[in-house]
Design a protein around this ligand. Structure first.
Ligand SMILES: *Cc1c(COP(=O)(O)O)cnc(C)c1O
Length: 423
């Protein structure tokens, strides 16, 4: 029986047996006990399924990962300590020094630094493409040593909507998988595998947790990419560090995600804690309900701002004036996310006054949680830059990023109105 995604949010991944806990328990144990050495040996050889050390696998983590795999429609998933760890491993699982990745430039700043600095320092090259790059330009970016393409479905914070179908088509034409960071829409609003993506990542820290209580990430494998085209020896040739296992032969459709766990998590050790996975699971249970309201509230706030003459511009894919309106309708007919950005007339000064006047809406460095929050990059995350430098990196000095929460929307708007009245 296949259930609606709303039902999967509540029940997927866990089916308690007679007398077992109704709620996914927290297995707060680093290790697991076995009766004899032979059984443990089989686990080490990947001949049997089971838990032996939480750095590799833990029942709480496996249960929550299985739920997310189902929500995205994949064959398997691996939780990570953070979204950063998920994106790093999504690349390093199949790219080594000397390899190259085609990447959309409209991505989260932390991901840009991870790729452009840390992974570059390890010898992996990246070509970054502008959000409006043409099909020809994207196609021309692929090289002989390209091993993956990477995009964000809806970019943080610029809210560019990626053309997933186009990127998937071009990536596949060059024999490489498309990796999509789907943090902002979540599988409730967009399922990248349905548009041809091969691997999905998330910072679960955002909407999936949804309450700003637990850092986390996840990688999901669609199981649909053919790794046997000669470009991926790490999946098709024996892994000597695992007794010569050949992932594609032994694990078939789950080759990529199995290697993520048995190789990368073993070596990098950036596992999510069972406590955080428990909290993440509580967030997932209401994800469907929450995304609906986040989108509804964000659209109402965006329309209010657009109609107010003290606001210079509003950026939200759900507005008909938005350059991504049509594309957003195609990929996310039920809405994109709850994050909007806008410019207060009067530049940096007025934007800072507006921020100081907010009362219900709090100033925090975060997005995508239940409570509405706002950030003025020019005076915080980007404060070392002057106005000219800000314009260059696409962050206007008067830009306010607002993550619209789940409060009663009239109260959110009333707070924005009084903050504008006071400037
Ligand atoms: C926040 C974020 C990340 C990084 O996630 P952390 O959990 O903070 O490590 C990656 N991608 C996107 C789109 C994000 O919003």
């Amino acid at each position: 029986m296949s259930y609606h995604i709303n039902t999967q949010c509540l029940q997927a991944g866990y089916d308690p047996k007679n007398g077992e806990p109704r709620v996914v328990p927290i297995f707060q144990s680093t290790t697991f006990k076995y009766d004899n050495a032979a059984t443990l040996g089989k686990l080490f050889d990947l001949e049997a399924d089971g838990f032996f050390y939480t750095r590799l696998a833990n029942p709480t983590l496996s249960t929550v990962a299985a739920k997310i795999a189902e929500l995205e429609g994949g064959v398997g998933a691996m939780l990570t300590a953070s979204g950063q760890a998920a994106n790093m491993m999504s690349i390093t699982n199949i790219c080594h020094a000397g390899d190259h990745v085609v990447c959309a430039a409209a991505i989260y700043g932390g991901t840009f630094n991870l790729f452009n600095k840390s992974l570059r320092e390890l010898g992996i090259e990246f070509t970054f493409l502008a959000p409006d790059a043409s099909e020809e330009e994207i196609n021309a970016a692929f090289k002989n040593n390209t091993k993956a393409a990477f995009i964000e479905s809806v970019s943080n914070p610029s809210l560019d909507v990626a053309d997933i179908e186009l990127y998937a088509k071009l990536a596949h034409a060059h024999g490489v998988p498309l990796i999509v960071d789907n943090t902002f829409p979540t599988p409730i609003n967009l399922r990248p595998f349905e548009w041809g993506a091969d691997i999905v990542t998330h910072s679960t820290t955002k909407y999936m947790d949804g309450h700003a209580v637990a850092l986390g990430g996840v990688i999901v494998d669609s199981g649909s990419f053919d790794w046997t085209n000669g470009k991926y020896p790490m999946l098709t040739e024996p892994d000597e560090s695992y007794h010569g296992v050949v992932y594609t032969e032994k694990f078939g459709k789950a080759a990529y995600i199995t290697k993520c766990v048995t190789h990368l998590m073993r070596d990098y050790g950036s596992q999510q804690s069972p406590q955080n996975a428990f909290l993440l699971n509580l967030g997932l249970e209401t994800l469907f309900l929450r995304m609906e309201r986040h989108c509804q509230n964000a659209l109402t706030v965006a329309k209010f701002l657009e109609a107010d003459d003290r606001i210079e511009w509003v950026n939200f894919p759900g507005l008909e004036s938005n350059k991504y309106y049509e594309r957003a309708k195609k990929y996310m007919p039920n809405g994109s996310c709850g994050v909007i950005s806008f410019g207060v007339k009067g530049g940096r000064e007025k934007a800072m006054q507006f921020m100081d006047n907010l009362d219900l809406i709090k100033l925090v460095i975060h997005v995508a949680d239940a409570r509405t929050c706002a950030l003025h990059p020019a005076s915080t995350t980007h404060r070392q830059m002057n106005d000219a430098q800000l314009e260059e990196c696409g962050v206007k000095p008067n830009l306010i990023r607002m993550s619209v929460g789940l409060e009663y929307v009239d109260d959110i708007i009333a707070d924005i109105r009084q903050a504008l009245d006071k400037i």
